[in-house]
Structure formats: C-alpha cells, structure tokens
Design a protein around this ligand. Structure first.
Ligand code: PLP
Length: 476
C-alpha cells in the first residue's frame, strides 16, 4: 500500500506559476498527466521542494547528482486511473499494458506489474528485464519492426505474445515454430500490427499511425496476412494492434482508430479467424509546460472505450478484449531530475548560460525532439524569478541545452535545479556520451527511499572495454 501524502500544498514557485495538483488529493481528482510535478510534491518547512515526503536537495546530498527521483504514489495513481477507467467505461474485458520503452528497469516493470498491468516490450533486453521483474509472460506483448531470430526464439520459449510487424517476421516465426515442433508444441500467441493510416499532430519522429511509417502491415495487406495465418497450426492468432503516435492531445484520432480496427474483425472472419483482442496502443500526452493541456487519463479512456463500443455495435459484433499501452502518461509525470548548478556564462544582451552537471546524456529529448521542459530551483522555492537563463548541459555539444529561456531566481553554484516531468524517454534513452556515467534513480514512497538504479561508476564505463595486449604494449 502506498500512503497518501498527508498534506498537499499548492506551490506558487519562482515564475509565479502554480505547479502543484489541485488540493483534495483524491485519485480521481488529479490526473498525473495534467500536472507538472508529481502528485506528492509540496514545499516543506525549509522552503525546499519535497517529493514523496523527502526533501529533494537532501536526496541529492545523500544519493548524488544528477538524480532521477521517481514518486511511487504518482506512478501507481496513473496505473490505477487507467485500470479503473477501463473497468468503468468499457463493458468488455480489458488490460492495460505499460509501454516499457518509456522507462524499462526491474523496479518500474515490477511496480506496474504489481498494479495489475501487463508490459509492452520492444527488444530482447526489455523482455528479459520484464521477466526478471516477475511479470508473467502471458501479460507481456513483444513489439518491434525488426526482431532478430534470437529475440523471436526468446519470445517463443518464454511464451509471451508476439505482435507481428511484417511479412519477414511472420514467415520467420512460422518457420521457427515448425523447426521447434518436437520440443515446443504449444502454439505461440500472435497479434498483427497494422498501420491504420491515421494522421495526428505530434513530432514526426513519434508519429507512427500514418501510412508512411516503418511499423506494421498496411490495411490492404490484411487479407493476405490473415490467409497465411489461417494455415498456421502453430501460431494462435488472438488479435490486432495499432499505435498512432506519442504525446498526442487530440482524442479524435484515437476514436477514429476504433473504426479501422473493427473493420479488421470483418476481414479476419472471412478467413475463419476471430479477433479476441484489440490493442489501441498508447500516445496520451502529458503536461511538460503550463501551455500543455492534455485530456485526463479518465477522459481519454472514456472516449476510446465508447468509440470501440459504438464501432462494434454498429457492426453487431461482440466486444473484444480492449488493450491499451500507455508509456509516457504513466511514468513521465512521476519523475523529476535533480541537477547541481555549476558554472555560469553571461553574454551581455544575448543570454546567460547556467550549466548543470548532466544534460543530453541523461535527457536526450531536447536535442533530439526540441522538447521543452520546465524547471524550479528546489532550494529557493519562495524566491522570485528575476532572471531568464538558458540551462545548458555539460556535454561537448553546443546543442546540449536542457531549457532555453527559463525563468528562475538568481542561482549560485551548488543550487539544486529540478527539471520536471522527466520520467518518460529520459533514462530509457540515456547514453554515456562523453563517457559521463548515467545518474542514479531513487524511488520515493511508503515512507521509504529506495535506490532503483545505481549510479554508474568510471569502472562501469570500462566493463565492456577490451584492451588487446599488443596495443597496451605500444602505449608510451
Ligand atoms: N505502443 C507502441 C507500439 C509505441 O511505439 C509507443 C511509443 O512510441 C507506445 C505504445 C507508448 O506511447 P506513449 O509513451 O506515448 O504512451
């Protein structure tokens, strides 16, 4: 059980913006994806930011900097809101999968698993981690547009559900099953990923549902695909999957998806295949800045569920099991990254750079997608914002800027700068660029703080390095 924070006070921080959830604290009232800070955030009596009952500058002092801080209450709340809304608005069976590409690690997979969620994985490594976290294989769905034979074999052996993306994969899978017939006779469950031809307004790199996408079968291939599958005794077809993109605020494209998916039920029935499960993907956006206004988890689930029910009713079809696979909206708002402020450079009449001890290696989203974040100075919450500065990372790359034009109070070296909503696609996309060790991550909740990722050491950086002796001998 995660205890509800006793008192949630609204923070009006530095720039005068209210970053905190509405008062009340009931799970239904606040959708984590509509907040900039985790739901347990408050100002403590030191005038510091506190998350999950822990003083943020204090956590940095104890666990080092930079530090990912994950709030268990916010994470569990997001999981529960998805689950409960599906129960409320979808009369058929349903399952929420956590899209673990957003942050795949033992603790995060186990937390989502303990909330009753299944896990979506896209590589052998993510699959292995989810299994090691204790998630049952019957709740693991394996995606990916270029799965290797080794990955397919691992999926077959561990009995998870494979979301087949293309012809090569389908034929390879059928051949592998025939080869393994003697040892593994149980059919492997498969779904088919289709490209629904739906446009949505998000960054082109995270748009996946339009026809010009590397993922999935075109709808006009489905007849041939279903004809092939209907002849495969060792593949058990259970349904179809589509995902239209990520960080989406509109609901209409998700509603339109229902009709495309339900059309596929009719196509499958021509080949005597029944679609028991429909997976509508993830994609619900989150609030990275005060300008972002995504729908709540509950509203999103309500609308997509109703669209699916309506689409099935209009064709007089029974309701399939409805799956969705959110990633960003589950883990994104639950985490902040705390950095320590270092050097500053003032360029008169141009800008002031404030450098922190991390950057593009722990958060590659700004340099990759021009993503915008907000920050607060965690040890100066009541000080007014009097400066507009650019927060730069420490990497040898001019583009390594975390936030342009941040409104902050006057900062000094040693201050604790917290970048908000960093749970999704930060740690999972982190690198060791410039041989910077990746940060530690702590989980705060239940009156405890647990390290869930150890800080990498310089020795860790060398673990995969091999120095052939003949080269060592040449070093002068
Ligand atoms: N499912 C699939 C197939 C995806 O590719 C993604 C992300 O790109 C997701 C789910 C999760 O999307 P999001 O994190 O936006 O919820």
């Amino acid at each position: 059980m995660v205890s509800t924070p006793s008192k949630i006070t609204t923070i009006t921080t530095n720039s005068g913006l209210q970053y905190l959830p509405k008062l009340g604290g009931s799970i239904k009232e606040s959708s984590p994806n509509q907040e900039l800070l985790p739901l347990t955030a408050k100002v403590n009596n030191l005038d510091h930011l506190e998350i999950g009952g822990w003083d943020v500058p204090g956590l940095v002092e104890k666990f080092g900097s930079p530090l990912y801080i994950v709030d268990e209450y916010t994470l569990r709340t997001a999981c529960r809101q998805y689950r409960e809304a599906l129960k409320q608005y979808y009369p058929g069976e349903s399952l929420v999968l956590y899209a673990s590409k957003a942050w795949n690690s033992l603790a995060i997979c186990a937390l989502c698993g303990s909330e009753g969620l299944g896990i979506d994985v896209v590589s052998g490594g993510e699959l292995y981690t989810a299994l090691q976290a204790g998630v049952k294989s019957e709740k693991i769905y394996f995606h990916g547009n270029n799965k290797s034979v080794a990955e397919l074999n691992l999926a077959i052996e561990t009995d998870c559900i494979i979301v087949v993306d293309n012809w090569l994969e389908l034929e390879t899978l059928a051949a592998l099953k025939k080869e393994q017939k003697e040892q593994l006779q149980n059919p492997t469950k498969i779904m088919i990923r289709l490209t629904p031809g739906i446009e949505c307004h998000t960054h082109e790199y995270i748009r996946t549902g339009h026809l010009d996408s590397k993922f999935g079968f075109d709808p006009n291939q489905l007849n041939d695909v279903f004809a092939f599958i209907s002849k495969q005794e060792l593949l058990s077809f259970i349904g179809i999957h589509a995902h239209i993109g990520s960080q989406i605020f509109e609901i209409q494209p998700h509603q339109d998806l229902a009709d495309v998916m339900v059309d596929a039920i009719t196509t499958a029935s021509v080949h005597n295949l029944s679609i028991k499960e429909i997976n509508i993907g993830g994609g619900l956006g989150i609030r990275y800045t005060e300008a972002d206004d995504p729908p709540s988890i509950e509203t999103w689930v309500q609308k997509v569920s109703t669209a699916m029910v309506d689409a099935c009713q209009s064709k007089q079809l029974p309701l399939p099991k409805l799956l969705c696979e959110p990633g960003r909206s589950i883990i994104g708002p639950a985490c902040v990254t705390a950095y320590t402020v270092g050097s500053q450079k003032q360029i008169p009449e141009i800008r002031t750079y404030i450098s922190v001890d991390g950057g593009m290696s722990d958060n590659p989203r700004p340099i990759t997608y021009q993503s915008v974040y907000r920050a607060v100075v965690a040890n100066k919450l009541s000080e007014p914002s009097t400066e507009t500065v650019t927060i730069a990372g420490k990497h040898c790359e001019s583009g390594d800027v975390l936030i342009k034009n941040a409104n902050l109070p006057v900062t000094q070296p040693g201050d604790c700068l917290v970048v908000m909503t960093t749970g999704a696609y930060n740690y999972s996309m982190a690198s060791n660029y410039n041989r910077v060790p990746r940060p530690a991550a702590v989980l705060v909740g239940n009156n405890e703080v647990n390290v869930i990722l150890q800080r990498e050491t310089y020795q860790d950086l060398l673990n995969q390095d091999i120095l052939p002796e003949r080269i060592t001998m040449g070093v002068q």
